[in-house]
Design a protein around this ligand. Structure first.
Ligand code: AMP
Length: 215
């Protein structure tokens, strides 16, 4: 499988990607996770990325493309992957096309997880993530059994620093301005499949699997 998960911040694409990686034995490539790891490690790319992430802007294409390039080409390249949070604009989508063409592994499809914008802020504000295993919870919709403790591994859950009200507004605007045009881009390429994301996560997952199985 070689697919892109597309959707606004808070639509649930990270949660769905994790479920898909288990079922299809695929690798999740999340540029957000890669960038947060770079920030935590204090790498030069991480230091440059931090200000944009804190402001809810996109990190430069140069930094993001370098992160993704290494994982899709070269000796350690993965061929069974789900891209989560990448591409985020047309420049990145075109670069991805070129990159995958160069290794003769074109995308199979793009899944758009569609959630009404009014719901997104609440979903983002409630999101909590396990520091150890990355499991995703939501204090409103899918809480951990014991607050602050991951059900899967017992690790501590936390709230992402950019999941705050001010940054969320800017992230949603950035999505509307820069990422939403990808819907038309992938529709024209005949790759886009749409799924309603404002339902029980298990139902959303079943609907995504039906689409993936048809690719
Ligand atoms: P995410 O975890 O996907 O919500 O990403 C968190 C933040 O990382 C975003 O708000 C951006 O600042 C940055 N980011 C993640 N992926 C990309 C990307 N493909 N291009 C540019 N910036 C990104």
């Amino acid at each position: 499988m070689r697919i892109v998960m597309l959707g606004a911040p808070g639509c649930g694409k990270g949660t769905q990607t994790k479920l898909l990686t288990d079922k299809y034995d695929a690798v999740q490539l999340s540029t957000g996770d890669l960038l947060r790891a770079a920030v935590a490690a204090g790498t030069p790319a991480g230091l440059k990325a931090k200000a944009a992430m804190d402001a809810g802007d996109l990190v430069s294409d140069e930094i993001v493309l370098a992160l993704i390039h290494d994982r899709l080409t070269g000796p350690g390249a993965v061929s069974n992957f789900i891209l989560d949070g990448f591409p985020r604009n047309i420049v990145q989508a075109e670069a991805l096309d070129e990159l995958l063409k160069s290794v003769d592994q074109p995308l199979k499809g793009v899944i758009l997880v569609d959630v009404p914008s009014a719901e997104l802020s609440k979903r983002i504000a409630g999101r909590r993530i396990c520091r150890e295993c990355g499991a995703i919870y939501n204090i409103h919709f899918a809480p951990a059994s014991k607050e602050g403790v991951c059900d899967s591994c017992g690790g501590e859950t936390y709230q992402r620093s950019d999941d705050n009200e001010a940054t969320v507004t800017s992230r949603l605007q950035t999505y509307a301005d820069q990422t939403e045009p990808l819907i038309g881009f992938y529709e024209s390429a005949g790759l886009l499949k749409k799924v309603a994301g404002n339902a029980d996560p298990a139902d959303v997952f079943a609907n995504i699997c039906t689409l993936v199985d048809q690719l």
